[in-house]
Write a new protein. Structure first.
Length: 501
């Protein structure tokens, strides 16, 4: 069923297109809707778009009595969304806070790993076995990306985030009472990854619905929360482990997480019609002849065929595999690397925090660079920087000062990788079902995270648990492969290497 772009109704906090029988004049949304002023929408008599001014879809406005006409697929869209209404900044703040705690806890696993190896499971588990806990979190988060992303598209970002918060908090309660490493695999690894995936993708992609200009910058601002959360939570958790022990530290974290994140999730509001709202609207107003029914028959919850039909999406999917295979090694092992080179446990925890804080800075800076130089150019730059920092700095980091330099540079580069992926995805495939396609890209990263678990095995077998040379070479090499993939993506997009892409 197609409708005039100005015909919008607010229902349960989201913008719902309605039939041509709806009023054609602008109006103010209901109090519980995401848009409180009719100025958030503009009329466009000949074209409509999903918030992307560069991807307009041409079509003729219909008359109110033209209820039986069939139109080409693709005309059924909400009104043109005005860039950056005031509530958009509430969305950015809520997304930032969701990432601050949920992803921040995942990012500081290196602190827990150091405690497990030297205290809780000393002599009972190897570095490889312990590293699987953190790896399972990332693998699960990424692997479920297509499905949690599609869930956001269907039920809404707010509901998806709230489900994730409940799962994360319960998983930490279970982890607090774990007695064996395999129990931590299930609780702190797998279950926390499930909850984190739900919350992460809900807060990762919703800023794109509220901003059309400077989209890279605002996305970077929102997901900088994960890095800043890691920076602040790292020394806090380290101090709690020293003073209260493992169980009470995890329980306090679980309670604080639920109490702080549920109110933040309540603030999330979508501007684009969800799948459930679409179904409700169709049930109320019915289909037009032809195109809408056919379009719904072809609509899939997760459309994996995009990897076959869009070569650039496929290449971005493949890029994530080698990058993530090495991405987390410095985050997980910089703490133990520092202690084995004479640093105190507090200094080691601070290095993890600095790396996460630098990651937050990198997310904002790379987002700004993506708006000006292009998202693909920015992605290539940060991956090359990360690769060079591993080979040229970490390889020679024998003093705490050099370790801090590495933590800052690598953190900035890797934070940039995280922030620019949604922007690159949007530039390749548009905003339509952006969350689902971003989730598919993250599924490729899940494969890389599985491969990345070999980092612990490399350290244990080749390095004997103390020589990090083989681990450093591995990390730099896979980052170099990822950089090469992005170079090919840039070449496929525009063979002029000096243009904005």
């Amino acid at each position: 069923m197609s409708q005039h772009p100005s015909q919008i109704e607010e229902l349960n906090g989201s913008a719902i297109p309605v039939s041509n029988l709806a009023p054609t004049e602008p109006f103010t949304a209901e109090a519980d809707g995401p848009v409180r002023h009719s100025s958030d929408f503009t009329k466009s008599p000949s074209s409509v778009t999903l918030g992307d001014p560069e991807k307009m879809i041409d079509g003729k406005a219909e008359e109110d009595d033209d209820l039986e006409s069939a139109e080409p697929a693709g005309l059924e869209q909400p009104a043109v969304l005005v860039d950056g209404p005031p509530y958009g900044w509430v969305i950015i703040a809520a997304s930032f806070f969701l990432q601050f705690i949920s992803l921040g806890i995942a990012n500081i696993f290196g602190v827990y790993q150091n405690y497990y190896l030297n205290h809780a499971y000393k002599g009972r588990a190897s570095a490889f076995e312990i590293s699987w806990i953190g790896s399972l979190t990332i693998v699960t988060l990424d692997m479920l990306g297509p499905y949690t992303g599609a869930l956001c598209d269907y039920v809404g970002h707010r509901q998806t985030a709230m489900m994730g918060i409940v799962v994360m908090s319960l998983s930490l309660v279970a982890a607090a009472f774990a007695q064996e490493v395999w129990q931590l695999y299930l609780a702190q690894g797998f279950l926390y990854g499930v909850g984190c995936s739900l919350t992460y993708f809900a807060s990762l992609t919703i800023p794109s619905q509220w901003f059309t200009k400077n989209r890279g910058m605002v996305t970077g601002m929102a997901i900088a929360g994960g890095g800043i959360g890691g920076m602040i939570l790292s020394p806090v958790v380290s101090k709690l482990l020293e003073s209260l022990g493992l169980r009470w530290t995890i329980l306090i974290t679980a309670i604080a997480q639920a109490a702080l994140l549920l109110p933040a999730a309540m603030l999330l509001r979508t501007r684009i019609e969800t799948g459930r709202e679409r179904a409700r609207r169709i049930q109320q107003y019915g289909y037009r002849k032809g195109e809408s029914l056919e379009q719904d028959k072809k609509r899939k919850f997760v459309d994996w065929s995009i990897l076959r039909t869009n070569r650039r999406v496929l290449l971005l999917f493949l890029t994530g595999i080698p990058v993530v295979a090495g991405y987390f090694a410095p985050f997980y092992f910089i703490s133990t690397y520092a202690t084995q080179n004479g640093a105190s446990s507090s200094t080691a925890a601070m290095l993890v925090g600095v790396m996460n804080g630098s990651s937050a800075l990198g997310r904002v800076l790379t987002g700004m660079a993506a708006d000006r130089a292009g998202p693909i150019n920015s992605l290539f730059t940060v991956l090359v920087t990360a690769c060079l920092s591993v080979f040229l700095i970490w390889s020679f980091a024998k003093t705490v000062a050099v370790m801090y330099v590495f933590a800052v540079i690598y953190g900035i580069a890797c934070g940039g990788f995280v922030s620019v992926i949604p922007t690159v995805t949007g530039s390749i495939c548009g905003l339509d079902r952006l969350t689902m396609v971003t989730g598919i890209i993250y599924a490729g990263m899940a494969i890389g995270a599985v491969i990345g678990t070999s980092s612990g095995a490399i350290l244990d077998t080749i390095g004997g648990g103390t020589d990090y040379t083989s681990l450093i070479v591995w990390t730099g090499s896979v980052l170099a492969i990822g950089s090469s993939c992005v170079f090919v993506l840039k070449w496929m997009t525009n063979r002029n290497m000096f243009v904005k892409v």
